[in-house]
Each structure stands twice: as structure tokens, then as C-alpha cells.
Design a protein. Structure first.
Length: 161
């Protein structure tokens, strides 16, 4: 009886019965499943990009009408510094608001005198020694140029809004 059982176990191989080697399900369908997974991942990625890239609605403040009787808030006056070194003002052009103060600092070893022909009263009135300041508060709006009296090619511009 043990011999029959062994014979039955060895005869159980179906491929040897038919003589045809059939490919397994895994080898015939695995490439299709792989592509299906890739396509699904691409679709999910595209949906995530669309979902997360939607800009949130921006809440803008409601415009309010300002009557002529109300006082509009003004900004606090600021102090700006223009440095002079090696024959150059830095920054050369400066944009400020009316009421702001500009300090001219002499970082060079030679004294300088700053003048303007565009603005009455804009004069350092004497030389500014090394590491010293000259301050001027601009009350009027406009574009004002200034220069070093020792060398009129050393210039700058202040635009007051």
C-alpha cells in the first residue's frame, strides 16, 4: 500500500500529463497589473496636485468711505542715513516721505560740505568732519539734488513724496 501512495504522489504533476507547459497566472498578468498600479498612482498624484494647488479664497477688506471730516492716519517720520565715503554718496538716490529726516554721515577722512541749489536752506553750513553728521528734515515734496562743495561731480538725489 505504501507503494501505491508513492506512485499517486508522483503522478499528481498535471503538466507532465498533458505534455504542455502552461505559463503561470503571475507571469502572464504581472506586467498588466504593474502598469495598472502606475496609472492609478499617476491619477492620484494629479488629483492631489489639483486639490492642494487650489488657492484659498482671499478675504479682502471691505472698502470704507472716508468722509472729508475724518483725519487720515499719517505715518511716523523716519530718519534715513546717507553715507559719504571715497567720493561717493550711498545711497545716491533716496525716496522718502515729507516730514522724514535725512542724516548725512561723513565716513571719509576728509571734511565735506553738502549743498543744494534746488532747496532753499539745505546747506551743511560749514564742513562736516570725519564720523560726524548733518541732518535735514524735508517738509516739501519734490525732487532735490545735492552735491559736495569740494567736488560738484559727487552728487545725489532725494525724492520726497
Amino acid at each position: 500500500m505504501s507503494e501505491e501512495l508513492e506512485v499517486q504522489l508522483t503522478k499528481k504533476d498535471d503538466s507532465s500529463k498533458s505534455g504542455v507547459n502552461r505559463p503561470s497566472f503571475r507571469t502572464t498578468h504581472e506586467p498588466g497589473i504593474s502598469w495598472l498600479v502606475v496609472v492609478i498612482l499617476l491619477i492620484l498624484s494629479g488629483l492631489a496636485v489639483v486639490h492642494f494647488s487650489d488657492p484659498q479664497p482671499v478675504v479682502s477688506p471691505t472698502p470704507t468711505k472716508i468722509s472729508d471730516n475724518t483725519i487720515t492716519p499719517t505715518t511716523q517720520p523716519r530718519i534715513y542715513t546717507i553715507s559719504y565715503n571715497s567720493g561717493v554718496f550711498s545711497p545716491t538716490n533716496l525716496r522718502i516721505h515729507a516730514g522724514d529726516t535725512v542724516r548725512f554721515k561723513n565716513d571719509s577722512i576728509f571734511p565735506i560740505r553738502i549743498l543744494s541749489e534746488d532747496l532753499v536752506g539745505f546747506d551743511s553750513i560749514g564742513d562736516i568732519p570725519q564720523d560726524s553728521y548733518f541732518s535735514f528734515t524735508f517738509a516739501a515734496r519734490g525732487t532735490f539734488s545735492y552735491y559736495n562743495k569740494s567736488n560738484s561731480d559727487q552728487t545725489g538725489t532725494i525724492i520726497v513724496r
